[in-house]
Design a protein around this ligand. Sequence first.
Ligand code: KG4
Ligand code: ZN
Length: 336
Amino acid sequence: MNVLGIESSCDETAVAVYNEDKGLLSHQLYSQITIHEQYGGVVPELASRDHVRKIVSLVRQALKQAKLKANELDAIAYTAGPGLIGALLVGASYAKSMAFSLNIPSIAVHHLEAHLLAPMLDTPKPQFPFLALLVSGGHSQFIDVNGLGEYDIIGETLDDAVGEAFDKTAKLLGLAYPGGPKLAKLASECTHTPYRFPRPMTDRPGLDLSFSGLKTFALNTWNRSGKTEDEKKAIALAFEKAVCDTLVIKCKRALAESGRKRLVVAGGVGANQTLRQSLKEMMASLEGEIYFPRHEFCTDNGAMVAYAGCQHLLQGKRDQDFAIEVKARWPLNELS
Ligand code: KG4
Ligand code: ZN
């Protein structure tokens, strides 16, 4: 069974083909970063227009790379939310029209579910049940995952998502959008930092997170510093350490509360090497298992959408009609 996956929820147009037996056959991605960089963030209208410009050629490239003709596809999966409405509409309209013309099913995929299944694109695959730490540009959540479609959010951020905090802190340090990876690179060029940032909400019980205070702390520290390159690197390192320590502390707590021994880390910030290392060490000390997506599948991609769509199809789930419905907001636990 060949499933085409289309992702267009934000600023990446991505298309992939996943085969139930052979695995991933192709994946293509076009990032709009150069368009949005000059505005310091994603401009929704420009994002939609650029998805329109790129989607046809990306679908063709993905089919060519998979050595398939369109009529050899069995289903088309697309991200139906959460995300930017205009951007989502481009992928959904294209997917549903193509499915209609080929007389095959279309499958609406939840973007966050696709993220948390992304580690299953490689082996060894994490087995259900597990605890998922989802850390992206728009979300930061602990999710108790019992099986496909069985998601219980047991903790989440009360304000900024981790990726958002990385991007905002990077911006105030003068780094271009999206600053997360650039801030991480700066931090890696510093071996010692004199600054100690708070570990938000770790001194009280519960699994909720909060990252907006760290950004303010970074701003105040930067304004009080001599604003040299070395101080910038030291602030980047102190910020990254605070985020990683906080996530490790809360993750340990979430594992204890959920009784899980298996951790799946997903979403764009899952690409952060310091976070990966800290979480690996924590899981080793607990004698548990940890899984990450391949580096390129941490951030938005079509492969995770094709994979999630294929799993739903195997369970007999598919769109019931050709109405085009997308959702800007769509809590993951509403899927269950
Ligand atoms: O999952 P994703 O592609 O988009 C959403 O669904 O939100 O995540 C993008 C986020 C951005 O905030 C980006 O700065 C962050 O992930 N990110 C990183 C790293 N790579 C991507 N943050 C910290 N360190 C990284 N290496
Ligand atoms: Zn995403």
